[in-house]
Design a protein. Structure first.
Length: 64
């Protein structure tokens, strides 16, 4: 895993946290929830290839 993906996740986390606070102070709690949910989905799609690689390595290691 490269450091680049960690930096991208951290940057997205900061942006999502700022948007979440702005939306909550504006009284739009439902939109703040959906922005947070969208951020989680984006991060999971970034991490999906790493999960596939991990499970492939585990299958190779255990001979399944």
């Amino acid at each position: 895993m490269s450091v680049e993906i960690i930096i991208k996740i951290a940057a997205l986390g900061v942006v999502i946290a700022l948007l979440n606070q702005v939306l909550k102070h504006a009284g739009r709690d439902d939109q703040a929830f959906f922005v947070t949910l969208a951020g989680i989905v984006v991060v999971l799609t970034w991490l999906l290839p790493y999960f596939v690689e991990l499970f492939s390595a585990m299958q190779t290691m255990f001979g399944v």
